[in-house]
Design a protein around this ligand. Structure first.
Ligand code: SF4
Ligand code: SF4
Length: 178
């Protein structure tokens, strides 16, 4: 049969010598390779105890922002959803009622806000489109999950803690805006 390439090689069927049958030389060679790696700089790190520095342009998990008085900034205008090339954002708007001025900054707010992280390509266009500084991409990963449903982040997952009641958690979540 004609070969397609000239890469075929005849198998060497020469019987092994006594030394070769002991495999000792090959085991020593393998151990020397292992040993030589012990003194090399490790390319891996001990995550999550150790973390690498993010690139200044890294874009991670979204955060729904509050203002300095703890009110939700999002006014459910839908611009982020329109700008999203992956159609990952959905929301439902609601009217603010009397007495809710301390909760929502604008007269309209997002009663429901969801981002499908399996669709998201972390392009940051939603952040650019937002006129209210209500959404930004943080320096956090979306953690692994066993179900698809677990990657649909609702408002409770995305909303930053209230700076008035949870100042520490707010500062930690705020991190460095990407
Ligand atoms: S980062 Fe990009 S893909 Fe992800 S939700 Fe925002 S606009 Fe959509
Ligand atoms: S996050 Fe910004 S762009 Fe998106 S609905 Fe809210 S206010 Fe509008």
């Amino acid at each position: 049969m004609q070969a397609l390439t000239n890469k075929a090689q005849a198998v060497n069927r020469k019987p092994m010598t006594f030394l070769e049958r002991l495999y000792l030389i090959n085991i020593i060679k393998g151990m020397m390779i292992t040993f030589s790696h012990m003194f090399k700089k490790q390319p891996t790190i001990r995550y999550p105890e150790q973390k690498r520095e993010f690139s200044p342009v890294f874009r991670g998990l979204h955060v729904l922002n509050r203002d300095e008085e703890g009110r939700e900034r999002c006014t459910a205008c839908g611009l982020c959803a329109v700008a999203c090339p992956a159609e990952a954002i959905t929301m439902e708007a609601a009217e603010r009622t009397d007495g809710e001025e301390t909760l929502y900054r604008e007269e309209k707010y997002a009663a429901k806000y969801e981002i499908n992280m399996l669709r998201c390509i972390f392009c940051g266009l939603c952040e650019d489109a937002c006129p209210k500084d209500a959404i930004y991409l943080s320096e956090t990963f979306a953690p692994a999950n066993f179900t698809r449903k677990g990657f649909i982040y609702g408002k409770s997952d995305l909303l930053i803690p209230n700076p008035l009641t949870e100042a520490g958690a707010f500062a930690e979540a705020k991190g460095v805006e990407a």
